[in-house]
Write a protein that binds this ligand. Structure first.
Ligand SMILES: Nc1ncnc2c1ncn2[C@@H]1O[C@H](COP(=O)(O)OP(=O)(O)OP(=O)(O)O)[C@@H](O)[C@H]1O
Length: 429
């Protein structure tokens, strides 16, 4: 039954010779293809798109457009659309050139139907698989990298292309913005998904030997280098030379994704990132913008996290007033998406953060002496900050704009232990 529903593979035939077009049209129609034949390369190009699931077959010599130019134009739309060139015997060197420039194959006139059919079938199958893979990747990205801002849409597009490759990537963005999430997605959706995924906290690496151990443990998979700028200089040099060597040998054992907190150019100027690592990783760069740079993501992300928390905690989805959503949009989100996720999680259990005006207004009456109320309020603010930054005292101190030492003293006063705020993260190495 299912074969009846299967769409016919598409073929786009381009030739200025009507007899060749007719013969090919007949051959492929009979073999179950959906054929579109034209003598106009321009019209043919208009029919193509990145999602087009089919094979282009083109004459190499046409008065309206040279076959090599057509090939370049098709690959401008999508470098992975298969193009098969039809060529005369005298044009073989040209056809070989076309293959070097990315044509899927070529076939010589007079056309031998079985050979021709086999060539086209192979290219059509590969294209169909690729389109399916791309669709799966886009579906996974849409479900796991949430957000509908132009920046996140662009990022999903770039990730969709990168996930199919094995390229090393430099990922830049502030903490809590989703850098690890994105790096892990690149691994999970890519060709190394079956291999190991290792994360290395670069600040904890004291020697190249320790780095080497992490590289060894990642062979066949991916190594995420968290905050590469904290890797000591000798280890950065070792890394750059290992990666270059791997590239030269053309035998990639480890894919690396380097995460940086600030702009790489600035880090080079500050001499925390070596030029060797900078140039190597500059080949593929991605930037995850801070949440405040993409305010249109705040509400959809909050609602998605709230829904997820309610489902996980088996709670009824609470109503959220527009006034509260406006508050969220006005907040600067120094802890980025992690902070937003924590706020949504608290909301799911009835604790409403970032609504101070309403919270004070809703307080029934002032109960204790002022000092106790102030202490109580201070304790709550410190708890919030520790919660937002998952128990990281230095970041909580920055957020509250107090010296770290002062925060420690206050935590002691209120009996707060940073360990209680650290989430259990599965899979972190
Ligand atoms: N676009 C997104 N869609 C869904 N969840 C997201 C998104 N961005 C971030 N998150 C969630 O936000 C939290 C923080 O993300 P993540 O750990 O990837 O941040 P990070 O930039 O690596 O920060 P850090 O280095 O401090 O861990 C995670 O719970 C993650 O699932």
């Amino acid at each position: 039954m299912s074969h009846l529903l299967k769409p016919k593979p598409n073929l786009l035939l381009i030739d200025d010779d009507e007899d060749v077009l007719d013969a090919c049209r007949q051959l492929f129609n009979l073999s179950g293809y959906q054929v579109r034949a034209t003598n106009s390369p321009q019209k043919a190009l208009e029919a193509l798109s990145r999602d087009w699931d089919g094979v282009v077959i083109s004459d190499i010599y046409m008065p309206a457009m040279h076959g090599l130019d057509l090939l370049a134009a098709v690959h401008h739309i999508d470098p992975q659309i298969p193009v098969i060139m039809i060529t005369g015997h005298a044009d073989i060197p040209l056809a070989v050139k076309a293959v070097k420039q990315g044509a899927a194959d070529f076939i010589e006139k007079p056309l031998d139907p079985p050979t021709f059919l086999a060539l086209v079938k192979k290219a059509a199958t590969q294209r169909h698989q690729l389109i399916g893979q791309r669709q799966n990747i886009q579906d996974s990205l849409a479900g796991q990298l949430l957000g509908s801002s132009a920046q996140i849409n662009d990022l999903r597009e770039q990730l969709g292309q990168l996930a199919l490759t094995d390229r090393d990537v430099m990922l830049e963005g502030p903490r809590g913005v989703g850098r690890n999430t994105l790096a892990a997605l690149l691994h999970k959706l890519g060709p190394r998904a079956e291999g190991p995924l290792q994360q290395l906290e670069c600040a904890l690496v004291e020697s190249p030997e320790k780095l080497q151990q992490a590289v060894d443990a990642s062979r066949g998979g991916t190594l995420i280098l968290r905050e590469l700028e904290h890797l000591p200089t000798d280890s950065q040099r070792w890394l750059a030379s290992f990666l270059l060597d791997q590239e030269r040998r053309g035998n990639k054992e480890v894919r690396t994704i380097a995460i940086l907190e600030s702009q790489p150019e600035t880090l080079v100027q500050e001499q925390t990132l070596t030029p060797e690592c900078f140039y190597y990783f500059s080949q593929v760069r991605l930037r995850l913008p801070a949440l405040c740079e993409r305010p249109s993501d705040i509400v959809p992300l909050f609602m998605a996290f709230l829904k997820e928390s309610c489902r996980r905690l088996s709670r009824k989805m609470p109503t959220v007033e527009n006034r509260y959503l406006d508050n969220l949009k006005q907040h600067s989100w120094p802890g980025n998406v992690r902070e937003l996720r924590n706020v949504a999680e608290l909301y799911a259990v009835g604790i409403v953060k970032l609504a101070n005006v309403q919270r004070i207004a809703a307080a029934p009456s002032v109960k204790g002496p002022l000092d106790e109320l102030v202490d109580d309020y201070e304790k709550r603010l410190i708890e919030d900050a520790l919660f937002l930054f998952s128990g990281r005292v230095s970041e909580a101190a920055d957020y509250l704009n107090v010296p770290r030492k002062k925060l420690y003293l206050r935590m002691k006063k209120y009996g707060l232990d940073k360990e209680c705020f650290k989430p259990v993260k599965p899979g972190r190495g």
